[in-house]
Design a protein around this ligand. Structure first.
Ligand SMILES: [Cu+2]
Length: 176
């Protein structure tokens, strides 16, 4: 196969594979979030998704937010009837965050539970998982997010769906 054809075919295959992974991730996230969350590797946005949001482990931030994992109804504290009906339930607190486009913003997650693993999945357009990170028990985990596109983005703990979900609203830069 000529080089150009081979490159095109490889690009197509890679793209196809990316879409396949996203499709499977979405399907599994819907059907069996607990199983998927336990087996999925952590990842940050790839080069294409970094055009929407770039994420770094460290760096200068101009704004900062702390998001805690809140136990809403759990087996240790009940109420038993609620847990029987809904299962153990958790929430991100806050679950609605506003940031500004192009402003590096540190978001620090505090997993307050001593024995529950949470995770953070940031969804992009078409519900693609752009970033997935585990939030270990009794651990602070932080990243510096710079959104390059305004709009509303969903985030979820895939271990605790549907209740442990939130949104990030990306506003225009100050003064615009
Ligand atoms: Cu969770």
């Amino acid at each position: 196969m000529p080089d150009a054809n081979r490159r095109r075919s490889e690009a197509r295959r890679r793209r196809g594979f990316g879409e396949f992974v996203t499709l499977i991730a979405c399907a599994i996230a819907t059907l069996a979030p607990r199983a998927w969350a336990k087996s999925a590797a952590s990842f940050l946005p790839n080069a294409a998704d970094a055009k929407i949001v770039s994420v770094a482990k460290t760096g200068e931030a101009e704004a900062g937010i702390t998001v805690m994992t809140e136990a809403v109804a759990i087996k240790e504290t009940g109420p038993a009837a609620t847990i029987k009906k809904f299962g153990e339930t958790y929430a991100f607190s806050p679950n609605f965050i506003a940031v500004r486009r192009d402003q590096p913003t540190q978001i620090e997650f505090w997993n307050l539970q001593p024995d529950d693993e949470h995770d953070f999945a940031l969804l992009g357009p078409n519900l693609k998982v752009m970033m997935y990170q585990r939030l270990k028990p009794l651990t602070k985990s932080s990243w510096v997010f710079t959104f390059h596109r305004e709009g509303l983005f969903d985030f979820k703990c895939l271990t605790h769906q549907p209740e442990m979900s939130g949104q990030i609203l990306v506003l225009p830069p100050a003064g615009q």
